[in-house]
Design a protein around this ligand. Structure first.
Ligand SMILES: Nc1ncnc2c1ncn2[C@@H]1O[C@H](COP(=O)(O)OP(=O)(O)OP(=O)(O)O)[C@@H](O)[C@H]1O
Ligand SMILES: [Mg+2]
Length: 278
């Protein structure tokens, strides 16, 4: 791989929380321009920590990267404020689809545009684009985001990130706590953004089956270390997914989250595997 292809490179990062708790022990991965890369691993493997490090947001969690290097499009990420990274084209949807609950849907989206410094005319064009991607948000544009469904909040969170016109979008468990049909819609939209607009995507997923269905490449982390990187196809065909689902490090499905979704509307691992196999 030539360095020109690399939009993001993460080189042997070590990270700790609270000055003491080790979370990452040398994670390396790279993301090429135009690809969708999945970051897979069981509970506590270090997926979220890796994404927080890439967005330089670990400090907000009393965490820090103690060694290693992260380069996004030539920028030394660990020396950049998160806001500068957003302006440089790195947008993230972390922390469980955070929305500003008392702001309405459209205000939430506008916040994403302001983070980039968009002008008024750009904001309205970008809003139109988000409503075209997520038509169900249009009739809800004046409703407080906190009153919308879990799936709609995920769309708002993704839409807000897209308002900054990113080249790299990082997402933490986009399937978490959502019904299968909603998960499918969100992954289809992400795929369309990748294929039609060339958006590069790095997404952490505990659910390997669904992630590998939509990713081009994948990196597996275990206990804070990357252990395997390959094409999504190769990983789908290989033993990893079987072990991940059937072995001792199995996730029993996706995590549940408090919120408007009822537990019965949440995908089970079986349901997501069915979507993944379609
Ligand atoms: N805010 C925090 N403070 C202290 N320790 C943390 C914090 N967040 C994560 N950790 C620890 O860091 C390690 C990696 O956790 P991380 O959340 O990155 O894993 P993950 O792969 O995202 O897991 P999950 O699938 O459960 O989301 C774990 O040991 C976890 O307990
Ligand atoms: Mg996580």
């Amino acid at each position: 791989m030539s360095n020109f292809d690399q939009l993001l490179s993460v080189d042997r990062i070590f990270a700790i929380y609270n000055h003491s708790v080790a979370a990452l022990h040398g994670v390396s991965l790279s993301v090429r321009t135009g690809e969708v890369r999945a970051l897979l691993g069981a509970n506590g493997a270090g997926k979220t920590t890796t994404l927080r490090a890439i967005a330089n947001l670990l400090g907000a969690q009393r965490g820090s990267v103690t060694s290693g290097r992260i380069v996004f499009d030539g920028l030394d990420v660990l020396k950049m404020p998160p806001s500068t990274l957003v302006q440089a084209g790195l947008a993230s949807v972390l922390e469980g689809r955070h929305v500003f609950k008392s702001l309405n849907v459209e205000e939430n989206l506008i916040v994403g545009g302001l983070a980039r410094g968009s002008r008024r005319s750009e904001l309205s064009a970008d809003l139109e684009r988000i409503y075209a991607l997520f038509p169900s948000l249009l009739p809800k544009r004046k409703i407080a985001a906190g009153l919308t469904s879990g799936g709609e909040q995920q769309m708002v969170a993704i839409g807000r990130a897209l308002m900054s016109r990113p080249r790299l979008l990082i997402l933490d468990e986009p399937s978490m706590g959502l019904a299968p049909i909603v998960v499918k819609g969100i992954f289809e939209t992400l795929r369309a953004l990748n294929r039609n607009d060339g958006l590069t995507i790095l997404m952490a997923e505990q659910n390997a089956a669904i992630a590998l269905r939509y990713a081009d490449q994948a990196t597996v982390i275990e206990n804070g270390t990357d252990v395997l990187s390959d094409t999504a196809d190769a990983l789908r065909r290989g033993d990893y997914v079987k072990e991940f689902y059937l072995g001792s490090n199995v996730s029993t499905g996706i995590k549940r989250e408090a919120g408007p979704q009822q537990p019965s509307a949440v995908s089970t691992s079986d349901e997501l595997q069915t979507i993944a196999a379609e």
